[in-house]
Write a protein that binds this ligand. Structure first.
Ligand code: 5GP
Length: 196
């Protein structure tokens, strides 16, 4: 990998239902050098999700095996399932000259900030009643799981101040514009340009 080109790692974090995924979908096509890192998870595959595209869907044993082998940059237990960022995924994207974009809950985002030099963290937020509406509308989980995710969302909202940038997702086009401006600022700043 050419060490003279240091592209930042972007981490988009925030509570479930804040619309991280939607904003990422809107922003990714605007930057050819940006690439989404595929996380590993033990949670069940939702309809429409593909292995290797939305997540690497691992059995709990396989996840544990990879965790013990030190394959994860970070991992968490989140509402009954495990999620983790594979080091190999970041290495693969960086070797291809891309700036990896990670979508993580807040603990993982903080760990990446500590462990990866130059990581840029963006907290996406929305009002609690809006989070609840979106989680219930999404209707991919049972009501017990939705309640757990909402409780977790309330905890996570209090952590907004721990991140480099906060994006309020009230209007998604506007919020995507704000996120794109943050990405552009860090991607094209002199500190991340190729050095001779
Ligand atoms: P979901 O089950 O809704 O896809 O994801 C649940 C939460 O896990 C979301 O907040 C998502 O951003 C987060 N998440 C997804 N992949 C990872 C990962 O690799 N590490 C961490 N720490 N969180 C993740």
């Amino acid at each position: 990998m050419p060490s003279s080109i240091a592209k930042p790692v972007f981490v988009v974090t925030g509570p479930s239902g804040a619309g991280k995924g939607t904003l990422i979908e809107l922003v990714l096509p605007r930057f050819p050098e940006l690439a989404l890192a595929v996380s590993a998870t033990t949670r069940a595959q939702r309809p429409g999700e593909e292995d290797g595209v939305h997540y690497w869907f691992l059995s709990p044993d396989n996840f544990e095996h990879r965790r013990e082998a030190g394959d994860f940059l970070e991992w968490v237990d989140f509402v009954g399932n495990r999620y983790g960022t594979l080091k190999s995924e970041i290495d693969r994207l960086r070797a291809a000259g891309k700036a990896p974009l990670l979508e993580l809950e807040t603990e993982g985002a903080k760990r990446v900030k500590k462990r990866v030099e130059g990581a840029v963290t963006v907290f996406v937020t929305a009002p609690v009643d809006e989070l609840e509406r979106r989680l219930r509308e999404r209707d991919t989980e049972s009501s017990g799981v939705i309640d757990d995710r909402l409780a977790k969302a309330r905890e996570q909202l209090a952590e907004a101040g721990d991140f480099d940038h906060v994006v309020e997702n009230d209007d998604r086009e506007h919020a995507a514009g704000v996120l794109a401006a943050i990405v552009a600022e860090h991607l094209h700043s002199p500190a991340t340009m190729a050095r001779p």
